[in-house]
Design a binder for this molecule. Structure first.
Ligand code: ATP
Ligand code: MG
Length: 716
């Protein structure tokens, strides 16, 4: 019968086929990384089209990124020909939500040509509201309100759904009122924000039976990839749409839930069986992506999490190389070493296309970018901007350029009112006028205009302060080291404070990027030399065609795979992140561990984990400890190497004068041989010593009951 198989079934294993062929009724595919969940979902889509169970327009398929949607479209296209031309409902939640909402906009008081606001517009609108409500924006920052509103929308809550407690989160209980005013305001300008794309649709489906029925009829089949990362509003929306026909197929992996900070609820996996009784649960256990060493390493780490649904993974692949743990001296050596390794792979005939560097935090890309530019290694940054192109870095650079180069008008324009100092367009127009008339740089014109009565007293004061500051910073440049100067400029200008007051999820990352910028400056002789380097970097747009190394965050790497993966910066405070450690909760630490699992399982052939003994922060060398996740790697599947001579004493010194990083999670002292091994000190004993299994036994299984309450068939 195999030979009669349609092309999309070829090579699929039995449970994958089951997932493809069980088209009717609810199906949940719960399986580990690389077991072919996405492949099965793609084949299922092909099957529905091939067998004409549904027209393309009758299938709703949700992917996590636009890129994933494109890939699925292409693959299905290859499998079944051009039947996929019109797959209008294949896309991300946002893309699908927007498309639906355009058809029914009037039901929530919008017109079909509504605008989708970007964050800048959103912030401006919120600020106006805060002022109109006589609130002090310094005390109650717009970004905090934006974050709260976003959170409510992720939960599927409209203003009238908020309870007093939620409302209390902003301006002494005025959260609800401001949320309501914001929604009114959006409606008045025929706009909505990202959160509204689904929230409005949910409201429509809940309140207009006819619309709901129309979609329930239309969507014969509903499919969702990366199901573990759906948030509440997405879940509620899906449930409504699939409730009638119940042909819903979700695929996911509880161990890869890494977006709880954006409202994702891994419990949605558990709810599935409750909301869709009789759901068929399919487990895929054969991993097609990675070698046994990589799988064992990933499994060893994730085994330290509690409350997992639990699953087995096996592979037919050859052992391949062990996971390499590289202890290096510092950040620059990390970048140098990775560069050398990749050049080695290239000499071995491998395309750099299949190589990735995964980092925990955006700011970590900088060191690699600088190094790769130096050695001419083509690279791409996925899911984010190249370091020097990020908004906060451009702002900071603009400050530095104004100080170092008085005639840099573009830089001046960029920072003149960032952070906001009440310098409106009118005042700026006057400065421009004077500059044009006198053929002066803007900074000079700005200084001269202070001697006239062209400006309002407020604008004059603000501009006077800025002009004075710039002059002072220039003078400081003669005596201060330039990184120090940069820090002073960012602090005194209020730029750092602007992001510190920001409560959105990205703000912390932006502050880290600013730190990283100052750190980068230390490697250059002068401010001028540094700025010159930056302009060269910005100019280094490599040829689009040529193969490139990918640099990205672990979050952005979800669902992807590479032959060789470098996992950089596995150090306490970097990964797990300082934030996760400060919050101290088990939940945040476990989310970091899931990230580690996602990171390792991106590798097909080889995973190389790096940890530096030292990182430079504001010119201060700070010694760092290898990540606890390194100690959790099963010894039999890893191979450690250290370029540090005399590392042992250094590490021991670190441990003796440091607080115990394990104290918060109650897992022993962390001074066992596992750590020294990670640091490249050979203290291995045949018994295995400090293995992850020891951890697990000692650790209270907090949510065990939850795991066993769910019956996903026999657990081997
Ligand atoms: P993740 O959890 O990381 O999203 P996944 O479960 O979605 O992983 P896929 O990306 O679908 O896994 O598949 C992983 C790799 O295995 C891909 O290269 C895919 O082409 C391959 N693969 C999937 N199923 C099979 C199969 N039956 N035979 C051979 N290769 C397969
Ligand atoms: Mg996948």
């Amino acid at each position: 019968a195999e030979s009669q198989d349609p092309p999309y079934l070829k090579g699929l294993n039995a449970p994958q086929r089951d997932a493809v062929l069980t088209t009717e009724g609810p199906v949940l595919v719960l399986a580990g990384a690389g077991t072919g969940k996405t492949a099965a979902l793609t084949a299922r889509l092909a099957h529905l089209l091939w067998t004409r169970k549904a027209y393309p327009s009758e299938i709703l398929s949700v992917t996590f990124t636009n890129k994933a949607a494109r890939e699925m479209r292409e693959r299905v296209g290859r499998l079944v020909g051009d039947a996929v031309e019109g797959m209008p409902w294949l896309g991300t939640f946002h893309a699908i939500g927007a498309k639906m909402l355009r058809r029914h906009a009037e039901l929530v008081g919008l017109q079909s040509n509504f605008t989708i606001l970007d964050t800048d517009d959103q912030m401006r609108l919120l600020k106006q509201l805060i002022v109109a409500n006589d609130l002090d924006e310094k005390r109650w920052p717009a970004r905090q309100l934006a974050g709260l509103i976003d959170g409510w929308k992720n939960k599927g809550l409209v203003p009238s759904d908020l309870d007093a407690g939620e409302s209390e989160l902003y301006a002494n209980g005025r959260g609800q009122s401001l949320y309501a005013q914001y929604q009114d305001r959006l409606r008045a300008v025929n706009a909505c924000d990202f959160g509204d794309l689904l929230l409005h649709m949910l409201t429509i489906l809940k309140t207009h039976r006819d619309v709901l029925q129309q979609y329930q009829q239309r969507f014969r089949y509903v499919m969702v990839d990366e199901y573990q990362d759906t948030n509440s509003v997405q879940y509620l929306w899906l449930r409504l749409l699939a409730q009638e026909r119940k042909n819903l197929c979700c695929v996911g992996d509880d161990d890869q839930s890494i977006y709880s900070w954006r409202g994702a609820r891994v419990e949605n996996i558990l709810k599935f069986e409750k909301d869709f009784p009789g759901a068929k649960v399919i487990r895929l256990e054969q991993n097609y992506r990675s070698t046994p060493h990589i799988l064992a390493a990933a499994s060893g780490v994730i085994a330290n999490n509690s409350g997992r649904l639990g699953k087995t993974l096996w592979t037919e692949h050859q052992d391949g190389e062990k996971v390499k743990v590289l202890g290096i001296w510092d950040g620059p050596e990390e970048a140098r070493r990775v560069g050398e390794e990749i050049e080695g792979l290239q000499r071995g005939g491998l395309s750099v296309d299949r190589t990735a560097i995964l980092v925990r935090a955006q700011h970590q890309t900088r060191e690699f970018e600088d190094r790769f530019i130096a050695i001419g290694m083509p690279y791409r940054i996925v899911g984010g901007f190249r370091f020097y192109e990020r908004a906060e870095i451009r702002d900071a650079l603009a400050y530095l350029r104004v100080v170092s180069q008085p005639a840099d008008d573009l830089a001046f324009e960029r920072i003149v009112n960032v952070p906001k100092r009440g310098l409106g367009d009118k005042a700026l127009a006057k400065v421009h006028q004077l500059a044009r008339a006198g053929q002066l740089p803007l900074t000079v014109a700005a200084a001269r205009i202070l001697d006239t009565d062209e400006l309002t007293p407020q604008a004059r004061r603000s501009l006077g302060n800025l002009v004075g500051d710039i002059a002072r910073w220039r003078a400081m440049g003669d005596t201060l080291p330039h990184p120090e100067l940069a820090r002073i400029i960012l602090d005194e200008s209020g730029y750092t404070a602007m992001w510190q007051a920001d409560r959105t999820a990205e703000a912390a990352g932006r502050l880290e990027n600013l730190n990283e910028l100052v750190r980068a400056m230390e490697e250059y002789e002068s401010l001028t030399a540094f700025l010159e380097h930056v302009s060269l970097v910005m100019d280094n747009e490599a040829q689009a065609e040529e193969p490139k190394v990918t640099i990205m965050t672990i979050h952005a790497a979800k669902g992807l795979e590479f032959d060789t993966v470098f996992l950089a910066g596995w150090e306490e405070g970097l990964f797990p992140s300082q934030r996760a450690l400060d919050e101290g909760g088990l939940a945040s630490l476990e989310e970091e561990r899931r990230l580690a699992y996602v990171a390792i399982t991106r590798a097909r052939r080889q995973a190389i984990i790096l940890h530096a003994a030292n990182r430079r922060i504001y010119g201060q060398w700070t010694s760092s400890l290898p990540s606890r996740f390194i100690a959790e790697l099963p010894e039999a599947h890893t191979e450690s190497e250290s370029t540090m001579t005399g590392g042992a004493s250094l590490w021991q010194a670190n441990w003796s004068d440091r607080a115990d990083p394990f104290a918060d999670v109650g897992r022993g002292t962390g001074r066992g041989p596992g750590w020294q091994r990670a640091a490249g000190v050979d203290t291995r004993n045949p018994g295995g010593g400090f293995t992850s299994r020891t951890f697990t036994r000692e650790q209270p299984r907090i949510v065990e009951s939850r795991a066993s309450a769910v019956s996903f068939g026999a657990k081997p």
